[in-house]
Design a protein around this ligand. Structure first.
Ligand code: ZN
Length: 307
């Protein structure tokens, strides 16, 4: 509703004036509320999502995390993970539905106390308390109503409850708010066929969330320059969450004969890649490092024996 009236105002202003108005920016904001809400009665087939009216045209989108007094280093990792999930879900969607529109999206990550920059597009900062009652995250943005380009910076505020918020809590709020920062509004339904809708205005934030096919399809529309306000999925795309597939991230496993000597069979290689994939899904990076170390040791021993 709020966005609708903003758009109407934009159209009016645009008609009344000419060139000077191009610099006029609209300001709007959306929020994430975590209070439990009743399930939406809208059926899955009628699920829709609003788009805000802007998109990014320069990449990478530079994200700066502001390590202020209400942040701890773990929150910077949570933000990084959220951005990575978006990136991986985007690639998974591109590959699953043969749509390369979003392949242009990529991100650069900055942390204020490590590699601070003044040249950022999205600013993520933390507050001690809720932004207003039950509002734990807020994205503020401006855009040019003529070109639909986002104006810098888009700012994401989120509460850490005086640094007591959990990693998952911060990650999930950033996941949702980052959807707004990319140009998405809110979805009409709380659940997809296989998990919660990330862009519903309220979420319990107790499990890892992922963008849905509806979110990513709507983003495709936006990055093709179609700003029709409400987007629905076409019949050929199921309404589901898009969990990242690791095999869209890396090159295919190399031919084993190029890597190792003959007596180290392809089955060991396969087991290695399976193990990597499995620990990746458990989200524990140290396990990945452990498996890689063991693998390197095996290689070294095999090479030693050959000598
Ligand atoms: Zn929201």
């Amino acid at each position: 509703m709020f966005i609708k009236s903003v758009r109407k105002v934009a159209t009016l202003i645009d008609r009344k004036t000419s060139l000077g108005i191009i610099s006029l920016l609209l300001i709007a904001s959306v929020s994430l509320v975590t209070i439990p809400v009743l399930k939406s009665h809208a059926s899955l087939s009628s699920a829709s999502i609003e788009v805000i009216g802007f998109h990014w045209t320069k990449f990478p989108i530079k994200i700066l995390v502001d390590m202020n007094q209400w942040s701890i280093s773990d929150y910077a990792f949570a933000v990084r993970e959220a951005v990575n999930v978006w990136q991986m879900s985007i690639w998974t969607y591109c590959s699953s539905f043969n749509d390369t529109t979003l392949a242009i999206l990529n991100f650069a990550f900055y942390v204020s106390d490590v590699n601070a920059t003044t040249d950022y597009d999205v600013f993520i900062t933390f507050t001690a308390d809720e932004i207003s009652t039950d509002v734990v995250g807020l994205t503020s943005y401006q855009w040019n109503p003529v070109s639909h380009e986002a104006q810098l910076p888009v700012t994401i505020n989120l509460t850490t409850y005086s640094r007591t918020a959990s990693h998952l809590f911060v990650k999930n709020i950033v996941m949702h708010e980052f959807g707004h920062a990319l140009g998405l509004g809110h979805a009409s339904t709380q659940d997809t066929q296989n998990g919660p809708e990330l862009m519903y205005y309220s979420t319990s934030a107790e499990r890892t969330n992922y963008p849905s096919t509806l979110d990513l399809y709507a983003l495709c529309m936006v990055y093709r320059g179609n700003f029709k306000q409400s987007v629905q999925l076409p019949a050929n795309i199921p309404y589901e969450i898009v969990q990242p597939k690791t095999d869209v991230l890396s090159d295919p496993p190399p031919d084993s004969t190029h890597l190792v000597s003959d007596d180290l069979s392809a089955s060991i290689l396969k087991a290695f890649f399976d193990a990597i994939q499995q620990v990746w899904h458990t989200d524990q990076t140290y396990l990945v490092v452990l498996v890689i170390s063991i693998f390197v040791l095996i290689i070294v021993r095999v090479i030693d024996r050959k000598k």
